[in-house]
Design a protein around this ligand. Structure first.
Ligand code: SF4
Length: 120
């Protein structure tokens, strides 16, 4: 879920499903509906407009569930810290299980982190 990112992190997340990284071979797949997910990848600082949708989306993911904060903005608001439209980091809104640092994180680091979660 993009909670307010610049889309840089999304580009790297999308690239993990390219032939170069091929995350699906490790059982990692993107799902359109949170009701079909095991976890939530969240990017960006959480903007004021996206705080409530993030909480609702989190509630829609069946338990047990994990939340992964992808990128420096998700971890601590990054370059958007203190901006008027920013509510806070992802962990200020929903519980976070794993953080992946970087602006944006390297696709290999995203795959490595998700493989650690999936145990693959
Ligand atoms: S961490 Fe960097 S690439 Fe990702 S949303 Fe923030 S500014 Fe954009």
């Amino acid at each position: 879920m993009d909670a307010g990112s610049c889309n840089g992190c999304e580009i790297e997340i999308a690239s993990i499903f390219s032939p170069t990284y091929d995350a699906e071979r490790f059982g990692i797949r993107l799902e359109a509906s949170p009701r079909h997910c095991d976890g939530l990848l969240v990017t960006g600082p959480v903007t004021r407009n996206m705080a409530a949708p993030l909480r609702k989306t989190f509630d829609a993911v069946p338990q047990p569930r994990v939340v992964v904060a992808v990128g420096d903005c998700a971890r601590d608001c990054g370059v958007f810290r203190g901006a008027y439209g920013v509510e806070g980091a992802v962990s200020d809104v929903v519980p976070v299980d794993l953080e992946i640092p970087g602006c944006p994180p390297d696709p290999a680091a995203i795959v490595r982190a998700l493989r650690g979660l999936a145990g693959t």
